[in-house]
Unconditional design. Sequence first.
Lengths: 380, 134
Amino acid sequence: MEDVYVLGIGMTPFGKHPDKSPADLGAQAVNLALSDAGVGRGDIGAAWVGHVFQGMAMGQRALYAAGISGIPIDNVENACSSGSTAIWDAALALRAGAYDIVLALGVEHMTTAFRGALAPDPSDIEAQLGLTMPGIYAMRAQRYMLQYGVEPQDIARIAVKNKRNAAMNPLSHFKKAVTLEEVMQGRLIADPLRMHECAPISDGAAAVVMVTKSKLKQLGGSRAIKLAASSLRSGRTEVGLVDMTVEDLTWRTAEAAYEQAGVGPGEIDFAEVHDCFSIAEALRVEGMGLVPHGEYVARVGKGEMDLNGILPVNGSGGLLGKGHPLGATGVAQVVELVKQLRGDAGERQIENAKIGVAHCRGGKAQGVEGTACTVNILVA
Amino acid sequence: MVNLDEAEVSPRADNFVIENGKVRLRASKCGSCGAVFYPPRSICPGDGTSSMEDALLSSAGTVYTFTVARQSTPEFRTPYVLVYVDFPENVRVLLPFDGSEPPSIGGKVEIVMANGPRQENDELISMPHAKLGL
């Protein structure tokens, strides 16, 4: 099997883009990624394009705007993991030897597609009973507080950390740090979660050019970063009365990635994880086995997950600070890992960053523990 | 009897019966692995077998967790309280809560009919709710 490398990255600013169509945003990310990779449009063998609310043939529309057509284009919907699933698909095709240069793109124009709280699909029975995405994470936060003896302001520190990091990221939706007092004075969205603890409605796109090791040798690029693992799993049917603070889906996905990469959780230097809500970051990092269950929130309080801490988490600002254009999110996480591993992260640069992990987990469907989860491990 | 075909094609929020004044949710129990599912299914989502039997859940349970939803989609009138209720039949079900103050985790609830939080033409819909037990 061929080893896979990320050769080029591109990302638009995340935020509100009323003057740009989703195709414009997608094309902008693709153009940046091609130019970063130093390859031409004609070199791309196939493309996978992740999006959730963008309607028919988003991939073809975006690539047309970037001057690419005729090649296999696969539109990928996997809730918030759509973009990272596109990377998983692209990696499979490269490993199988079907192509040697491919593109993975994620794009979402949320401000025109959505308003208010995100909810499961309207046909889902829990959506019909009033469940929203903030609602499900708030209910998990209530259990976390009870089981591990933490208070809402302890969880809120995750939002303070991520918005502080986002203020150092020129592509972030939010560019202003917030204090714990400001987070705690924010409007309640679903108790105990307040406004700053919920990811914003953002527009944006991110793209990566991926190549096989043999193609990389031919091209001779020195800025390529190895995609040592890419794993995808779905949530299992929930039977009985399970502990909602434990993410079996996250663990199974991470475990597969650790095995593929040949690295253990103790060797991970930094992580980008799916912090759609403040509490989600705790559930994910614990779920990946990076911190024991129930300890994450206290460790954030001690600064261990800061950019200069022992395990920096969401140095990009995460979904809470950088923004969350659903389809683009998982690709943007990998873009951040590449920047860090190249030493190109500027003010956010993590010292001695050698092994980074990106975790993306999305959606809610009644009956299963989660919908889709991806874990990508990149090694410098 | 539960019309399983209907339930399977379109899981509905009104999968319940009222029996001797008690509201009971309609569920399925797998004759093979014993797992209980709400709403009813004709194929077991746990083991994939087709030996599902009708089951009615108890009319009371325990609050596993809760929240107050203060922002939602337009079909719902905010704020409203949501709870996950653990039933003695070993199944957890999401329900709206009848009451403006949320219950405590571990609180005993009974299942009652009440209006909301879903609305149609500005009228709240009657649906099963959890309510603090007497």
